[in-house]
Structure formats: structure tokens, C-alpha cells
Design a binder for this molecule. Structure first.
Ligand code: FAD
Ligand code: NAP
Length: 403
């Protein structure tokens, strides 16, 4: 659709793109300060990653107090690690509590700063929104990473990405190759085992696996406590020592540790795996660990070490990527990988009213910190503007005011 046929809507306040936890948390912060906004969501529901693109057995992998959105604790009766269903219910209550009404089924196709108007022009299929502030909240996991591996297109069995995997039930009795050993790969391999499938997990590089809990305390909590007093490199060493006392040496099972420690590695975008049972299955050989994939054949895979495995299905647990480069026409603040170029904690604010929420590689705790800063920053300017002048609607632009 060309620009002339789009309806033009003037937004008195920011446009937030994405109604996942980040977009909702920014919206709630703005509501609390009386700033109007609109929130555009490509799916037909809030938190579509959690509702539509995750597997059934998923739980939050950090204790609930580290996952709550600003000023909104989880209910007391929730367990320490809420299930996906409970997390979605929590987000729905949050959305109702703050009277947030996203525009569903509105996918942002492009957004560009107009130097002449000094405004952002945000286009969906049918509407062009004009606004002073643009909050990018489309997530670190907006699209699946689908690697091109020789022969994969000709593989005869089912090939599914982790985002479409719900449960191992339908793989009962089947030999399944799980490509990738991040949190998804490990947990889907475990789920396959629990459903009497036979998973082989591809581990092509070193990976940090930590127990989810260290002697009854969450590993994350222990790390946060130690970081108050000690440098990161030392905390990494302590964590690895404690992990070794619990998990033992995993190298003999094909899991090498990276040279850089687990916390430091997060700065390079790599999340450690928090083990919730996959290691036990690796030790008992119920999950077979294999090396990299060379190519697929009709009903088999050839590995880089020359070994050939007969397989019935493939689960690509190969991760996710940001979709920002596909729609945001801006290259100063966001890098080619769709993440802000400036690392946490300074990657939330760009130029000309551009903001990024939820690109900290620190999950829910990182996005909450972003949301507080963004909503306060916008509210300050918005209130100052309001004091100075009455909001004017430029009639010569033939736009409809939303407020
Ligand atoms: C399997 C899995 C498990 C996870 N578990 C945890 C966990 O336990 N703890 C934790 O802290 N983090 C976890 N994460 C990380 C996860 O990224 C965060 O929990 C959280 O969902 C991030 O919120 P977000 O709003 O930034 O992104 P998302 O939840 O991805 O929300 C972004 C929203 O933007 C919408 N959108 C995207 N593009 C457009 C567009 N062009 N136009 C309009 N709308 C658009 C999407 O539809 C989506 O609803 C997990 C991630 C995955 C994949
Ligand atoms: N709450 C939970 O319990 C939970 C569960 C799942 C996911 N998550 C979160 O969701 C996010 C995404 O996790 P994820 O596990 O889906 O992705 P990820 O952490 O990015 O891991 C992707 C894995 O795929 C491998 N890979 C990619 N391409 C490959 C190829 N061509 N051949 C072989 N291996 C390949 C990677 O190996 P290399 O390292 O060699 O690139 C890596 O092991 C993370 O933040 C994670 O913490 C949380």
C-alpha cells in the first residue's frame, strides 16, 4: 500500500511498538504519569511470544521476585518459578490493571524520523502514525534463527523450530535431532526424553551449564549477592567452582566450558544454561550429545566428525533474532544486529525521541529497568511541553488526533 492510501493519525504521545512485557511495562509507566500513548502489536494478543511461540512445559527460570514488572509483584500464591500459564495470567492482570489497550493485528512495516516535520512516521498496513517519540519494544526474540544447512530442505521427516514446538508427545518413540544447546535445546531434549522419544543434541561449541539452584538458593540470586562485593571475574570463578561441586565435570559428556566466565559471557550476548534436569539425562545417555552438523540426507544426518545418524525429525533450537533492521530506518542507535549499539545500562535512549525497551540481554529484570527510565524520561518532556504550550494539532498535515 502506498503512503497516500494510508490513513494518517497524529499521536499525542509516544507510539510503542510491541505489546510484550517491555511494551506493557513502558505503557504502565506512562499511564501512571498521565502520558497518553498508543501501542501497536502485530499479533492478536499481548505477550505473543509467551502465548503463541513457546512450549507447554516452560517456566520462568529465575525466581519470581526477579521477574516482576515495575510496581506489580506476582501474587503470593504463585510458586517461586511461575509457569508460562501463570506468567501470561499475570501479564493479563497487569494489562487490565493499567487499562492498557493495544491495537492488535497492527504490524509495523516501517518507521522513519522525518527531519522536516521533526516527527517519527510509523507505518502499518493501513495507517501512518505521526509521533514525537518512538519506543521500540519488539523483543530480542522477534524472529526464529533458521540456519541453512546442506540437505535440510530434502530431509524427509518433520523439521520444527523451537518456537513451534509444544510438547514431545507426538515424537514418542522417534529419533529426534535437537540442533542447539541453549536453554531451549536443553529443555526440549529433556521434554523429548520425558515423552519417550530418543533425542540427540547437537553441541557445536562450548557452553556454560549452571545448576538453577546452588545449595537451595537460586544461582542468579547467589550471583547478584556476590556481585555486590566482588568483581565479575571472581564471581564467575566462584560460580563455576560451586557448579562443579554440584554437577561435576561435564567435559567427559561432551560439554566443554567457554574460556570466558558465564556472567562475563552475557556481555557478548550468550546466556548460560540453567539446568533443570537435562544434565541427568545426558549422564544417563538418554540424551545423546553429538558434534556439529555437516549435512542432512533424506532420513539421516551426517555430523562434522563423519558419524551418520538415522533420524526421524529435527528440532531447530537455534535461537532467535531481533527484527528491528527489517522495519526501523535508523542506523545511529541500532546496530545491524537489531540491538542498540550502546550496551546495558545505556542502551535505552537514542536521538530524536527514539527509545529501546527490552534489548539488554538481561530478560525481564533488564526490561523493567529500561521501562522505568523510558517512561520517566518521556513523561518529563511531555509535562514540560504541556506547561509551555497547549498541544497544537497541525491541521495542514490533514491528520486525525487520537486524543
Ligand atoms: C523460550 C523462551 C523462554 C524465555 N524465558 C525467560 C525467562 O524465564 N525469564 C526471562 O527473564 N526471560 C525469558 N525469556 C526472554 C524473553 O525475551 C523475555 O521474557 C520477554 O518476553 C521479553 O519481552 P519483550 O516485550 O521485550 O519481547 P517479546 O516478549 O518478544 O514481545 C515483543 C512483542 O512485539 C511484537 N512485535 C514484534 N515485531 C512487531 C512489529 N513489527 N509490529 C508490531 N508488533 C511487533 C511481538 O509480536 C511481541 O508480542 C525467554 C525467551 C524465550 C524465547
Ligand atoms: N525460561 C526458560 O527456561 C528458557 C527456556 C528457553 C529459552 N530461554 C531464553 O530464551 C532465549 C533464547 O534461548 P535459545 O536456547 O532458544 O537460543 P540461544 O541461547 O541463542 O541458543 C541457540 C543455540 O543454537 C546453536 N546453533 C545455532 N545455529 C546452529 C547451527 N547451525 N548448528 C548447530 N548449532 C547451532 C547455538 O550454538 P552456538 O553457541 O555455537 O552458536 C546455541 O547452542 C535465551 O535468553 C534463553 O535464556 C529461557
Amino acid at each position: 500500500m502506498d503512503t497516500l492510501s494510508r490513513r494518517c493519525v497524529w499521536v499525542n504521545g509516544p507510539v510503542i511498538v510491541g505489546a510484550g512485557p517491555s511494551g506493557l511495562a513502558v505503557a504502565a509507566g506512562l499511564k501512571e504519569q498521565g502520558v497518553p500513548f498508543i501501542i501497536l502489536e502485530r499479533a492478536d494478543c499481548i505477550a505473543s511470544l509467551w502465548q503463541n511461540r513457546t512450549y507447554d512445559r516452560l517456566k520462568l527460570h529465575l525466581p519470581k521476585q526477579f521477574c516482576q514488572l515495575p510496581n506489580f509483584p506476582f501474587p503470593d500464591h504463585y510458586p517461586e518459578y511461575p509457569s508460562k500459564k501463570q506468567f501470561v495470567e499475570y501479564l493479563e492482570t497487569y494489562t487490565r490493571h493499567y487499562h492498557i489497550n493495544p491495537h492488535f493485528n497492527e504490524s509495523v512495516e516501517s518507521a522513519k524520523y522525518d527531519d522536516t516535520w521533526r516527527m517519527w512516521r510509523v507505518k502499518t498496513e493501513a495507517v501512518e502514525y505521526i509521533c514525537q517519540w518512538l519506543v521500540v519494544a519488539t523483543g530480542e526474540n522477534a524472529e526464529p534463527v533458521l540456519p541453512e544447512i546442506d540437505g535440510l530442505k530434502d530431509f524427509a521427516g518433520e523439521v520444527v523450530h523451537a518456537q513451534d514446538y509444544k510438547s514431545g508427545e507426538k515424537f514418542k518413540g522417534k529419533k529426534v535431532l535437537v540442533v542447539g544447546c541453549g536453554n531451549s535445546g536443553m529443555e526440549l531434549s529433556l521434554d523429548l526424553c520425558n515423552h519417550d522419544a530418543k533425542p540427540a543434541m547437537v553441541v557445536r561449541s562450548a557452553v556454560h551449564v549452571l545448576p538453577r539452584e546452588i545449595y537451595g538458593k537460586s544461582t542468579f540470586q547467589v550471583a547478584m549477592f556476590l556481585l555486590k562485593w566482588l568483581p565479575m571475574w571472581l564471581v564467575d570463578k566462584i560460580l563455576l567452582f560451586l557448579a562443579w561441586t554440584i554437577l561435576g565435570n561435564m567435559e567427559k559428556f561432551g560439554l566443554q566450558r567457554p574460556k570466558i566466565g558465564p556472567l562475563e559471557l552475557k556481555n557478548y550476548g550468550r546466556t548460560p544454561v540453567l539446568d533443570i534436569g537435562a544434565l541427568e539425562k545426558i549422564r544417563s545417555k538418554e540424551i545423546q550429545v553429538v558434534g556439529g552438523v555437516k549435512r542432512f540426507w533424506c532420513g539421516a544426518v551426517e555430523l562434522t566428525d563423519g558419524e551418520r545418524l538415522e533420524i526421524d525429525a529435527v528440532v531447530l533450537s537455534t535461537g532467535y533474532k531481533s527484527n528491528v533492521p527489517y522495519w526501523l530506518q535508523e542506523s545511529e542507535f541500532f546496530g545491524k544486529n537489531g540491538f542498540p549499539k550502546t550496551p546495558f545500562p545505556n542502551g535505552w535512549k537514542g536521538n530524536a525521541g527514539l527509545y529501546a525497551a527490552g534489548f539488554t540481554r538481561r530478560g525481564l529484570s533488564g526490561l523493567s529497568a529500561d521501562a522505568v527510565k523510558i517512561s520517566q524520561d518521556i513523561a518529563k518532556v511531555w509535562k514540560d511541553d504541556l506547561k509551555q504550550k497547549k498541544q497544537k494539532v497541525p491541521t495542514h498535515r490533514r491528520c486525525i488526533s487520537t486524543f
